[in-house]
Design a protein around this ligand. Structure first.
Ligand SMILES: [Zn+2]
Length: 132
């Protein structure tokens, strides 16, 4: 794990345990993630993050709305996957960023308890995952 990732993890853990975010933490996240973090906060403000949980397993995936006018939604795991173009182009191919704005939005919303919770059956969740 890179030191940047470790710093980010420590900040996320803190936000998770307090369910709120301080100005200092916002400053650190902004420093680490730049414009992507600003975009992520806008997505969270618009309630653009859904957590889809399968019953009875409790496994979950995030569905995050994009910022384009088309309002596409991306399936995403906060820590290691997003279905968007930026994830493949900037992160997987070029290794330039730690994660995309959707992953940041998912992480932020989950830490703050600001996700829209959606329950589905495990079969429906499996159908969603099969489209990844
Ligand atoms: Zn993404």
């Amino acid at each position: 794990m890179s030191s940047t990732t470790m710093v980010a993890e420590a900040v996320w853990k803190n936000i998770e345990s307090n369910h709120s975010v301080t100005d200092d933490q916002l400053g650190v996240l902004h420093f680490l993630f730049g414009k992507n973090f600003e975009r992520a906060t806008r997505i969270v403000d618009q309630q653009g993050v859904k957590r889809i949980s399968g019953e009875p397993s409790g496994r979950s995936i995030f569905q995050v709305v994009g910022e384009s006018r088309k309002k596409e939604e991306y399936l995403c795991f906060a820590e290691h996957y997003c279905g968007c173009y930026s994830f493949f182009y900037d992160i997987v191919n070029r290794g330039e960023q730690l994660c995309c704005k959707h992953q940041l939005a998912a992480r932020l919303a989950a830490s703050l308890g600001a996700c829209i919770e959606v329950k589905v059956s495990d079969e429906e969740l499996a159908m969603l995952l099969s489209k990844l």
